[in-house]
Design a binder for this molecule. Structure first.
Ligand code: PGA
Length: 241
């Protein structure tokens, strides 16, 4: 596993122009030439242009979603090509909130991945089991099944980052344990012969991030709430190998 880790900030539907200034200005100063990880900031669409002012060789931009259509009469949608033109390098696809609230199916996810790739964007594909599946114990199978459907398209694994985000840990303050994360990451790495980088997401914060990032099979973290507070986020990005 490479030494540099990916630290992805998912702002969800939060933030304003002021948030960009308060968070990204100091972040840009902190992440200078000597900084060893890569930060990917995924603000809401409307703040991407503003956030671009603070991107640099260590801070990239991503979006939280894209349309499953190329272009045309799809009112309210934003295409992968538009995001690439705006300066995004990454796009999050299949976040559990999109699957849950916007009925995003694997078929839709397949289209989004194909369009993202043809626009030159790298995909951060979110996967993970719910509490019931975890309790039943068949969570590994359920994740494999999800991946088989979501990635049932021709794709270059170098352009897909998997984000293991157990649903029971997102926004709950209850991050998966080191053992639980190790188990999933190890098995996914084996099964897919280390073809994909795999990051962990779900209640990552300043107190648990470094232990999670120290796991060999963990390529980085996907951070929601804790990415909206500079002091908290700084503790996470401060990670050194
Ligand atoms: P959280 O969100 O860090 O607030 O749990 C993570 C995510 O949903 O990507």
């Amino acid at each position: 596993m490479e030494n540099h880790k990916l630290i992805i900030a998912n702002w969800k539907m939060n933030g304003s122009v002021n948030t960009v200034l308060n968070l990204l200005k100091p972040l840009n100063q902190f992440c200078n030439m000597d900084y060893s990880n890569e930060i990917i900031i995924c603000p809401p669409y409307t703040l991407i242009q503003e956030a671009k002012n603070f991107s640099n060789s260590k801070i990239s931009l991503g979006a939280q979603n894209c349309s499953d259509h190329t272009d045309g009469a799809f009112t309210g949608e934003i295409s992968a090509k538009m995001l690439a033109e705006l300066g995004c390098k990454y796009v999050i696809i299949g976040h559990s909130e999109r699957r849950k609230y916007y009925n995003e199916t694997s078929k839709i996810i397949n289209s989004k991945i194909l369009l993202a790739h043809s626009a030159g964007l790298k995909v951060i594909l979110c996967i993970g089991e719910d509490q019931e599946t975890r309790n039943k114990g068949n969570y590994l199978d359920s994740i494999y099944k999800q991946l088989n459907s979501d990635l049932n398209i021709e794709h270059d694994p170098n352009n897909v980052i998997l984000a293991y985000e157990p649903l029971w840990s997102i926004g709950t303050g209850n991050a998966a344990s080191i053992e639980q994360i190790e188990e999933i990451h190890f098995n996914l790495s084996e099964r897919f012969e280390n073809k994909y980088k795999i990051v962990y997401g779900g209640s990552v914060n300043g107190s648990n991030a470094h232990d999670i990032l120290a796991i060999n099979s963990v390529a980085g973290v996907l951070v929601g709430a804790a990415s909206l507070n500079f002091d908290e986020f700084k503790k996470i990005i401060d990670y050194k190998n």
